[in-house]
Each structure stands twice: as C-alpha cells, then as structure tokens.
Write a protein that binds this ligand. Structure first.
Ligand SMILES: CC(=O)N[C@H](C=O)[C@@H](O)[C@H](O)[C@H](O)COP(=O)(O)O
Length: 518
C-alpha cells in the first residue's frame, strides 16, 4: 500500500478497555467489521494476536501497535523493534510507534529501518511538533498527534487541532488521533489539514462512551429545574460573597461578588438574589453561611471590624421572603467545618474522623473555626477560637496575637512594611525577623490546637485559611508537638475544599434539614 491510499479517510481504532468484557478477539474483529461496513477505510489494532485475528477477517489496511508498560521507560506504544517485526508478521501494513523524545529501548531510526526493510509503512505517534520533525527526518511515512497531552501534566479534554495544523505545514501525511469524540471534532480535524482521522474510544470503548452519557444524564437529573436536591448556598464574607448551586457536595455553578461593606445585609441579599436570578426554580432550599454568629435565625456581628451587622438582623425571615424557599443559616467557619468533615479532609481520612469529632481552624486575616461532635456541627458561638483568651494569649483575643493581621502589625513594629504573604516569602528566604514572626504565630496556633485536643479530643484538626495553608506553617505547628505523647498529640491536616468549604457545608446542612422534615 501507499501513504496516498489513506487520503481523506476515517480510521477506526479498535482497542477495547483492557481486561473489560469486550477485550476478546471476537469483539475486536466485530468492531473492525462494523467499522468497515460503515465506511472506515483502515483500522488501528493493538497486540500481535488481535492484528492476526483481524487480518484473517478483513482486507483493509491495518495500523498495528503493541502496548507495553516498561519499568525503565515511559514509552508504551511499540517500544521494541521485535514488536514491529511481530506486528508485520501478523499482517500489519503500517506499524505505529511512540516517537516522543523520551528514554527508550529501540530508537525511532531503528524502528523505521526495520519496517521499511519489509516494505511496510511507519506512523510516528508524536506529542509535539519537534517529535514530528525528528520522525520525518528519520524517514517516518506518517506523523500522528496520538500522544499530544499524554506525556505529563493534566490530560486535556479536546483534540489538539493546533498540532494537526502545525504538522500539516511539515508534511501532507498527518494522521489526527487522540480525544476525537464527536462528529464535529472529527470534521474539525479533517479541516485542520489531517490526511486521515483516527477515532477510537468514541466508537469502540463502550464503557467510556457509556460513562460519558451516564455522567451527563446524572448531572442533568441532579440539577434539573425542579431542583429537589439542589441548594442555593451563599457564603457572605468580609470582602466577598460567593453564591453557588450545590448538589450533593458538588458545586454545579458559582459566582463571587464583592461584599460592599457600607451597604448592609438587605442590599447584600438583594444583590445576591439579582445575581442568581437565572438559577431561580433550580433549587428547593437556601443555605447561608456568614461571618458573625447566628441565633434564632438572627445574625449578629462578633467583630464589627470584619463586617458590621445591625444587632440581631432577622436573616432567616428576610432571606425566606426574598428567595421563596426555606432557609438555613450558620456561621461560615462552622459551615466550612461541616464541609471539610463531609466532603473534604474528614472524608479523605475516614479512619481519623471515625468517631465523628473534628475541628476546623481557619487562620487568615483573623482566626475562626468550627466543631463537629459526634457527627453533628455545633452552632451558636462554638468554634470562635480566635476570640478566646487562654493563658497563652494573655488579655488579648488570640487572633490579635496570631492572625495575618497580627503578623503584619508585628512586622511594622519591627520596622518592616510587609503583608502576611510577604512575611512568609521573607521567612522562606531566611530573614530572621520574618522567621521569628511566623514561628511565634505557628507556636500560638499549635498551643491552641493542643488545648482543643484536650477539650474535645477531635480525630482531626483541619487547618485552613491563607496563613494556615501557607508554606511550612502546618509543619512548624507540628514541630511544637515534638516529644509529646502520641495519644495527646493533635492530628493536623490541611483543609481540602479551599474557598468552597463554606458553600458545600451549608448546602449539605440545608439539604439534610429538608430530608429530616420530609
Ligand atoms: C495515548 C494512547 O495511549 N493512545 C492509544 C493509542 O493507540 C489509544 O489508547 C487511543 O485509544 C487511540 O490513540 C485513539 O484515541 P481516542 O481513543 O482518544 O480516540
């Protein structure tokens, strides 16, 4: 055959999910025949045995590959010349192999020569334009985009159309391959200049295709207009407000708007209602997490400097009237504690939170927290750790001696104008003054954790916030426990949900309330 024979064609890759129910020669041959019946002009087949089985059943060109997982090389596709030989002996017309620039057992040159020696064609599976250049210089007949997105980093979702177009400027013999999942993408690959287009998973990996549809249907059912499971979750903080549509721990949609401090709660709520107007009807409940504390549905500030709330603002009543559905409200750190317990660090360490006691501590501009006891979150004042005045804190609230605000003030007192983030950078660069500030803050936070351990015996203390999660802070806290008996040593873990912990937590509480009531 000639490279021209594949011009303007669809090639179907028949590679079942390994060890899945269709990973048998019968299925591979069936997929191959069905593809040809429907117009495919060539096939891509993996393994010597399947190439032989398909060769016996069809006459069209076969691109053969062997996949191996090697201990000493990341190259998987046809790594050895012996593999190429075996594929040709089994009936492959084209041998494809990994042509990336990585340590490998057989060189691209050796593979090309071995295949050419038998009068067959070669396809270089590339990850980049540089790979394609080298492969063409080595004499490869086709270059493919097969490995783009598979040599490190997160796997992309879309096909690499840019690479197809770039390769086309090097050679007409470009085969588009990889993540072509829709007819539109296949057409776009052809238009981008591909000589032929390979489609695999979307046609022959039925488990993958089924999972794509399953995910689409499930997520549509979960957030469909009647929204029976969906919660509009709102997290009103001192500088910004996040609103999210949350379904069973998943944030389906979210927006963040600034909290205009001077406006007050009526205006904030009206602004959120306006910003989320297009979600109306898609949720059955509202959950609101706020800085400050909630009592009998009323919201009050504990620290007016963070957000000045009129004393006992009737949050539940106003929000219920505005959104037209039942509302639950809780302090933001308590909501985040619950979010981390159910879906974050607690869920990631089930053995540790097994007895249902977890404390969440957020160390940022101030210090906040939340407590989960026997698998239930505590409300009201519980967890306002920043405001306690333990022996370690003397007469000032602990947050005034530990938080990011304190760190910046302490730096200024020592003659350094620096934000908390800059103090961490300076500490990382070895500045003794910055190191000392971070060390003091971490020591006080660690002392707090030791006290918490003795009071509540949580399975985990989850540390969040910009300071708590800054480089090395948790490690410094842990160092303060050196030499302590393991039984009484607090078990610190980093928070996992970031800024979404509050909306995820309050949404779950609101949804659970509805379940208890129905
Ligand atoms: C990266 C890698 O190992 N690709 C393999 C190469 O043969 C196969 O697993 C792919 O299924 C094939 O490239 C077709 O791509 P898609 O299934 O996305 O249409």
């Amino acid at each position: 055959m000639f490279a021209e024979d594949l011009k303007n064609s669809l090639i179907v890759s028949c590679q079942p999910v390994p060890d899945g129910p269709t990973d048998t020669a019968d299925f591979v041959v069936g997929f191959a025949k069905a593809a040809i019946d429907a117009g495919a002009r060539a096939l891509r087949i993996e393994s010597v045995a399947y190439v032989a089985a398909v060769r016996a059943a069809v006459a069209v060109p076969i691109i053969g590959i062997v996949k191996r997982d090697l201990a000493d090389s990341a190259v998987r596709i046809t790594p050895f010349v012996a593999d190429a030989e075996a594929l040709m002996a089994a009936g492959a017309d084209i041998v494809a192999f990994d042509a990336t620039d990585r340590p490998r057992p057989s060189s691209v040159e050796a593979l090309v020569q071995a295949v050419k020696a038998r009068g067959k064609l070669t396809m270089a599976d590339c990850a980049s334009l540089a790979d394609a250049r080298r492969a063409l210089a080595a004499g490869a007949d086709f270059v493919g985009t097969t490995l783009s997105g598979y040599v490190g980093g997160p796997e992309p979702v879309d096909p690499d159309l840019d690479l197809i177009a770039a390769m086309r400027r090097l050679t007409p013999f470009v085969i588009a391959e990889g993540r072509i999942r829709t007819t539109e993408q296949a057409a776009a690959a052809a238009r981008a200049g591909a000589h032929a287009v390979v489609v695999g998973s979307a046609i022959t990996r039925t488990e993958h295709v089924t999972a794509w549809f399953h995910d689409a249907v499930t997520s549509a059912y979960r957030s469909r207009p009647d929204g029976e499971n969906a919660v509009l979750a709102i997290d009103i903080g001192g500088t910004k407000t996040m609103a999210a549509l949350v379904v069973e721990g998943d944030v389906v949609e979210d927006i963040t708007v600034p909290t205009r401090r001077q406006d007050g709660p009526d205006t904030w709520l009206a602004g959120i209602a306006e910003a989320t107007r297009s979600w109306a009807g898609r949720y059955a409940r509202v959950g609101i997490a706020v800085t400050g504390f909630i009592e009998d549905g009323h919201w009050s500030a504990l620290n007016a400097a963070t957000l000045n709330i009129p004393h006992r603002y009737p949050l539940l009543g106003r929000a219920a009237a505005l959104f037209g559905v039942p509302v639950l409200a809780i302090n933001d750190a308590q909501a985040a504690a619950w979010g981390e317990f159910r879906f974050g660090a607690g869920a990631a360490s089930p053995s540790r939170d097994g007895h249902g006691n977890l404390v969440f501590l957020t160390i940022s501009t101030g210090i906040g927290g939340g407590i989960v006891i026997n698998g239930r979150p505590l409300a009201g004042l519980a967890g306002h750790f920043g405001l306690i005045r333990g022996p370690s804190a003397g007469q000032s609230p602990l947050e005034d001696l530990t938080s990011g605000r304190w760190m910046a003030a302490e730096a200024a007192r020592l003659g350094h104008e620096a934000t908390a983030a800059e103090i961490f950078t300076s500490a990382g660069e070895g500045a003794p003054w910055a190191n000392e500030i971070v060390a003091q803050s971490a020591f006080r936070a660690a002392t707090l954790c030791r006290d918490i351990q003795m009071m509540l015996d949580p399975g985990l203390i989850v540390i969040g916030g910009g300071i708590g999660l800054a480089g090395g802070y948790i490690e410094r806290m842990r160092r303060a426990f050196d030499g302590m008996d393991a039984r009484v040593t607090p078990r610190l873990v980093p928070a996992l949900l970031g800024s979404r912990a509050g909306v995820v937590g309050v949404a779950n509480l609101a949804a659970e309330t509805s379940q208890r009531q129905t």
